[in-house]
Design a protein around this ligand. Structure first.
Ligand code: PLP
Length: 376
């Protein structure tokens, strides 16, 4: 059996190595390392794939979220509404700008922000809503956009885990997550569904003014070279990463199909097991399985984690501490939030290896070890 890993970026690279190596060498020969045609072309191709008018590349997904808040003009003391059940980057950027995160519950079925909880948390200080498409599954963007429109609030989608996910609206129209809100943010961290060979990120919008603001802030607040209109930052996607990503973008739909196939295998293997709840899927949302995350019922998760690790089965807890309980947010009253569903999930989730290179022998072994533990 090939060795098990949470993600296998090495085998994935081997399959496209000649193409990728040639593209990287071409950038080195050109010595256009920052900016230039390679970056612009990748941004155009990704915007087209995504169905967004503008794609503004940047240095990583965390920067994308921070620049989005800055472009929307949020000020210290403003509030954003966001789930606590997420990766820290979603909310850390708010704290960094002295914006208060107001944490709300997720729907325990989808792991994504609960639209009703958003509406209840809106105050006159609320200046944006940040849903997270966690593990590759879309939040209910139809309801979220309706609430946002009613209260005249912008929506920033954290699409770091869900690039390529299709969300279907009730009228049958389909849009990619990250292209629905006012700004979409994504990450090209190597293990993400569209992963670079280093760091990278991007922002998406259909609004020309916002696009100009995002671009300006990502580039030292410059409207033209050496004329700095606003305080910005330095956040760029380098040309080598763009060249690699442009090739991987042509494979993204295959990569998603491979992840979904692996998820189907697990789903079948765990169906009807009373100790395991497999990821929820519904028709209006094409889960792209950045993670394959189970909810354990009446199982000692730490013991399972240890057993799997001892048996060579990688597994992870995403995430062991919800954002509102992180020390980082003490100063923002994080611990004053009561989020029992979030706490409940935090204690019960476990993620199994899922990536584009898993084979059935590997998955069969993973499944047998999980079942051996839970059924005995
Ligand atoms: C990975 C990730 C980010 C941050 O992306 P980086 O490129 O690592 O900065 C933000 N939000 C979520 C949900 C993520 O998974």
């Amino acid at each position: 059996m090939r060795p098990l890993q949470m993600v296998d970026t090495k085998t994935q690279y081997q399959k496209i190595k000649p193409e990728v190596d040639a593209a990287v060498l071409a950038v080195m020969e050109s010595s256009m390392f920052i900016g230039g045609k390679v970056v612009t072309e990748f941004a155009e191709n990704l915007a087209r794939y995504h169905g967004s008018k503008h794609c503004i590349p940047c240095a990583n997904g965390t920067d994308a979220l921070q620049i989005a808040l800055m472009a929307l003009g949020l000020q210290p003391g403003d509030e954003i509404i966001t789930p606590s059940f997420t990766y820290i980057a979603t909310v850390e950027v708010a704290a960094l700008l002295n914006i208060k995160p107001v944490f709300v519950e997720v729907d325990p079925k989808t792991f994504c922000i609960d639209p009703e909880a958003i509406e209840k948390a809106i105050t006159e200080k609320t200046k944006a809503i940040i849903p997270v498409h966690l593990y590759g599954q879309a939040a209910d963007m139809e309801k979220i956009m309706a609430i946002a429109a009613k209260h005249n609030l912008p929506v920033i989608e954290d699409n770091a885990q869900a690039i390529g996910c299709d969300f279907t609206f009730r009228d049958g129209s389909v849009k990619k997550t990250g292209s629905i809100g006012h700004i979409g943010c994504t990450s090209f961290y190597p293990s993400k569904n569209l992963g670079a060979f280093g760091d990278g990120g991007a922002m998406f919008t259909n609004d020309d003014e916002l696009a100009a603001a995002l671009r300006m802030i990502a580039s030292h607040g410059q409207s033209k070279r050496y004329y700095h209109d606003v305080v910005g930052c330095n956040s760029r996607l380098d040309a080598i990463q763009a060249a690699i990503l442009d090739i991987k973008l042509t494979h993204l739909d295959e990569y998603i199909a491979a992840r979904r196939k692996a998820a189907d295998f697990y789903d079948r293997a765990f169906a009807d097991n009373k100790f395991i709840t497999v990821p929820f899927r519904d028709g209006n949302n094409k889960h792209v399985f950045h993670q394959y995350t189970l909810i354990l019922n009446d199982i000692d998760r730490d013991a399972l984690n240890q057993f799997l690790t001892d048996n060579g089965v990688p597994n992870m807890i995403y995430y062991p501490v919800p954002a509102h309980k992180q020390k980082m947010f003490d100063a923002f009253g994080g611990s004053s939030f009561e989020l029992p569903l979030t706490d409940w999930l935090t204690e019960r989730v476990i993620s199994l290896p899922i990536h584009t290179e898993l084979d059935e022998e590997q998955q069969g072994f993973i499944v047998s070890k999980v079942l051996e533990f839970v059924n005995t």
